[in-house]
Design a protein around this ligand. Structure first.
Ligand code: O2Y
Ligand code: MN
Length: 628
């Protein structure tokens, strides 16, 4: 252990007596770090006391070395059937984002969370409580481990929309995953010479001691804490090595910290996929879509259209950073460099593009494994060769009659963006792609039409605010119930939701204002069967939206918005679809829906709610009251 570590050190405390030679194999590394990065690393070392320090430079060899290290330690297993693919099995207590332990830390509570008090729109922690929590967790937390220094860029390095970060982590799994999910490399270090960065500190929270043999998935679930400090641009994550809790560029930075930056700087950081769609005549449009976690954003972003002549190309599947340019055109970049997609349900039928792209250079987490070195999960829809057996994500023998899932419902693949065969040609454009439609959506078994268009921008903002969706396995929630998830951002708001709504409302003045839509692929009939085939057939809905934006498709007004006029949605060669059920707007259902939205907005946002939202709600109630 290096001699400079002192249990009582805090990250802000200055103490220069680090024995760099004890923790660094190559001292020239330090010269590569811009001064503010070096200071950040010093503070991290003084606080966390790692045995070793490793500066990640983003090379292919470095990734290979780290993967080999993880294999030697038994923390990753090679999947022989695939090419450079790996399987991680986590501690069963560390399998998803933990919203109950995720906090925004600000001077004033109101800056972080809206009026209500039960945590539905995020959790707040005071600076004092956070300092205490930090002091109880971080000092000495990396003893016996290596600290990886990961400088990264969210977005193309030279983009005016991109931002930089540096993550210090004691998890090599996080280092290899960040390597896939973000841009890492010499050009990032170069950019750090001139630009500020978000300071991200992550520890699995399980220091190694001689009596504490290395667990294959070290973590500290009882003391997990994920804290975002938007006022100082810092993220502290302790106790979990999993996905959004530990790959700090993703949810913590690109949504929570960035949404707050975006408000201050006049842009938007959103939980949205970005796709390009080209019609049979060769005209192309870009659209973004916000669906709650694990509701099919990856499938839509990589859709193979069932309509002849249409083409979808993918810019991103989870996060969009967007800004209106000087011509009044909304432009979007994907700040990420990889996909961290849900595995179960992914198959050649549901997402052939994803199935192809995950055959190489992919880290799988918590999926099942076949005895011939392949992957397996619920809905993979692949036949096994004779004699091949399966082990579950818990590394237990598994058969379809085991009664337990083979893969964890939130199991994931982590794959480089550039392996997507339909990656859009402009995926890396520093200026971003022009957005013409914004689509909100959710998993709504009853009552919500397949597609409707907002009457105008303000109504569209209200539609986003009123979003509700069935819960999924992406966070710790158990069971399926319909949750409010405004803008699909409920777990990711970086500031007061009332202010967020005001920020969206303030954007109603641009010459190329995108139109706003709501879609629901998940409506069911009384027998529980889906009303709509989904997947590639969703192209029919995108086709209608495309033609609406071009001013070509007819719509009719309903209480909730504009729906396709009879005959305007292309239903050719689609059999046995009950169009009436797909577009019904039923009075009783929508009275109840409006009541729930009112209770949510008044209860959770209270005085912080912009008056315009209450006007929109009242107008919805009045339109619904007029229904027969
Ligand atoms: O990061 C996790 O632990 C799973 S959550 C996740 C991962 C990738 C993309 N989106 C999400 C999400 O929760 O929205
Ligand atoms: Mn997501």
């Amino acid at each position: 252990m290096n001699g400079s570590c002192n249990e009582s050190n805090g990250i802000h405390e200055q103490n220069d007596d680090i024995s760099w030679a004890n923790i660094l194999d190559d001292l020239t590394t330090l010269e590569k770090l811009p001064e503010p990065v070096l200071q950040f690393v010093k503070q991290g070392v003084q606080l966390c006391c790692p045995d070793k320090l490793h500066l990640c430079q983003g090379s292919h060899d470095e990734q290979a070395t780290l993967l080999a290290l993880l294999e030697t330690r038994g923390q990753l297993g090679r999947l022989k059937k695939l090419n450079n693919c790996w399987l991680a099995r986590t501690d069963p207590r560390d399998v998803a984002r933990v919203e109950g332990r995720t906090v925004m830390v600000t001077k004033n509570r109101r800056d972080a969370v809206a009026g209500g008090d039960n945590g539905a729109l995020g959790r707040w922690m005071s600076l004092e409580d956070f300092e205490r929590a930090k002091a109880e967790r971080f000092p000495g937390c990396m003893k016996g481990r290596t600290m990886y220094v990961m400088p990264f860029s969210m977005g193309p390095v030279n983009s005016p929309l991109a931002k930089l970060g540096v993550e210090l982590t004691d998890s090599p799994y996080v280092a290899v995953s960040m390597h896939i999910m973000t841009r890492v490399g010499p050009e990032v270090l170069q950019a750090l010479q001139q630009n500020d960065f978000v300071r991200c500190l992550h520890s699995v929270g399980a220091p190694c001691t001689s009596t504490d043999p290395r667990a294959t998935w070290p973590c500290d679930p009882d003391r997990t804490l994920i804290a975002q400090l938007p006022e100082s641009g810092e993220i502290f994550s302790y106790g979990s090595g999993y996905g959004g809790n530990s790959l700090l560029g993703k949810k913590c930075f690109a949504l929570r910290i960035a949404s707050r930056m975006a408000r201050e700087q006049g842009w938007l950081a959103e939980h949205m996929l970005i796709l390009g769609i080209t019609n049979p005549q060769g005209r192309k449009k870009y659209m973004v879509a916000a669906f709650p976690s694990a509701c099919g954003k990856t499938n839509l972003a990589m859709m193979t259209p069932a309509l002849p002549g249409w083409k979808v190309e993918c810019v991103g599947d989870d996060i969009a950073w967007m800004k209106f340019d000087e011509q009044g055109q909304l432009r979007a970049i994907n700040p990420e460099f990889g996909f961290f997609g849900v595995a179960p349900g992914t198959s050649i039928k549901t997402n052939p593009v994803a199935m192809k792209m995950i055959q190489s250079n992919t880290i799988f987490t918590n999926v099942g494994k076949t005895s011939d070195g392949g992957i397996y999960w619920e809905g993979i829809d692949e036949k096994l060769a004779k004699g091949v057996t399966i082990r579950s994500w818990l590394d237990e023998p598994w058969t379809p009659s085991s009664g337990e899932p083979c893969a964890h419902p939130n199991s994931r693949f982590c794959t480089p963006l550039q392996q997507c065969s339909i990656l859009d040609p402009a995926w890396d454009d520093p200026q971003g792609v022009p957005i013409e439609a914004i689509i909100f959506g959710g998993r709504r078994p009853q009552g919500v039409p397949l597609v409707y268009e907002a009457f105008n921008w303000k109504h569209g903002v209200f539609i986003g605010a009123a979003m509700r969706s069935e819960s999924t396995a992406a966070a710790e929630f158990k069971g399926k119930h319909i949750m409010h998830d405004p803008f699909a951002m409920r777990p990711f708001f970086g500031y007061n939701f009332g202010d967020y709504l005001a920020h969206w409302l303030s954007m109603d003045k641009h010459s190329h204002q995108p139109r706003i839509y709501h879609v629901n692929w998940f409506g069911k009939d009384a027998d529980g069967h889906f009303l709509w085939p989904g997947f590639g057939q969703n192209a029919r809905v995108l086709d209608w939206i495309f033609r609406r934006v071009e001013g070509e498709a007819e719509a009719i007004e309903t209480a909730v918005g504009l729906v396709p006029a009879p005959g305007s949605l292309n239903m050719q060669e689609l059999e046995a679809v009950d169009e009436e059920a797909l577009f019904s707007v039923e009075k009783g259902f929508w009275e109840d829906e409006a009541r729930k939205v009112r209770a949510f907005l008044e209860g959770q946002v209270g005085n912080d709610l912009p008056a315009e939202m209450l006007i929109q709600l009242k107008q919805l109630e009045e339109r619904v009251a007029e229904l027969p």
